[in-house]
Design a protein around this ligand. Structure first.
Ligand code: ZN
Ligand code: ZN
Length: 264
């Protein structure tokens, strides 16, 4: 018997995904043993949340809790109540207070943006949506963005605020930032992971056909040198991606002889 197939990273319609009942039905059909609803939470600048569209309305957390409780009674698939929190170093205290106030089964931490909401550091999203912004920058400037991204990821790991580190290498989705990362960046991340308690995920986001998951091949190889374990996280926002991404992760895991860790 292998370890249970728990997909710890999906989104319901409390953030930018699909209603939980439909996702659970699909998880059942796919033979997943568990599915974790990790809806987006953005602590920074609440007034910007509405403009941005993706984060969950924090006041709806109790409703989501009740809905998941209800759905648990109708399925054998394990259902986890979690969040994916946007990490900014200047938010650490607020994130900590939020996580004490709301108890989740686990917490995923993400670096999506470096400073969109910070007036001193207005850097757009590091993944594909803001390609144009980075395309116009010199290589030195783009390298500064890469450094800052990995610095943030290391700080997120060291903050001990979260259990799972989402989609390492997310910057690789942005063609203007792809291929600039060095082994040194990856060693810094691997060393922090080896020291701390947070575990990275194998994320079902595909960047190129030759390597169908995040983190990218080189990062994965370096993390393996440090004996880092992984959890599964499709990051599906809908039923089609729940299926294709889990399928992709399974085939990838078989090829690399990976069995996934369970955390809850
Ligand atoms: Zn994310
Ligand atoms: Zn996500």
């Amino acid at each position: 018997m292998g370890s249970p197939r728990y997909d710890y990273h999906v989104h319901s319609d409390y953030s930018d995904g699909t209603d939980a009942a439909t996702m659970i039905e699909t998880a059942e059909r796919l033979g997943l043993d568990g599915i974790g609803f990790a809806d987006h939470v953005l602590i920074s600048h609440p007034e910007k949340r509405d403009q941005h569209g993706y984060p969950m309305d924090i006041s709806a957390i109790p409703d989501r809790h009740d809905e998941l409780e209800r759905l648990r009674e109708q399925t054998d698939v394990r259902i986890f109540e979690a969040v994916e929190i946007d990490y900014y170093p200047f938010d650490e205290e607020a994130i900590d207070a939020f996580l004490i106030e709301h108890q989740f089964e686990y917490v995923i931490g993400s670096v999506h943006e470096l400073g969109r909401y910070h007036p001193d550091e207005p850097t757009p999203s590091v993944h594909h949506n803001d390609e144009d912004f980075f395309e116009g920058k010199s290589e030195v400037d783009r390298m500064t963005v890469i450094d800052r991204y990995f610095d943030r990821v290391v700080r997120l790991i060291e903050s001990n605020l979260v259990d799972v580190i989402a989609h390492l290498d997310l910057i690789e989705r942005n063609p203007a930032l792809r291929g600039l990362t060095t082994d040194e960046h990856y060693h810094a991340v691997a060393a922090a992971l080896a020291e701390g308690d947070a575990i990275p995920e194998i994320n079902g986001t595909s960047v190129t056909d030759d390597w169908p998951v995040l983190p990218r091949r080189r990062c994965f190889e370096i993390l393996r040198e440090y004996d880092i374990q992984f959890v599964r996280g499709s990051d599906a926002h809908g039923t089609a991606s729940l299926e294709t991404r889990n399928d992709r992760i399974d085939r990838w895991a078989d090829r690399h002889d990976i069995s996934f860790h369970t955390i809850a």
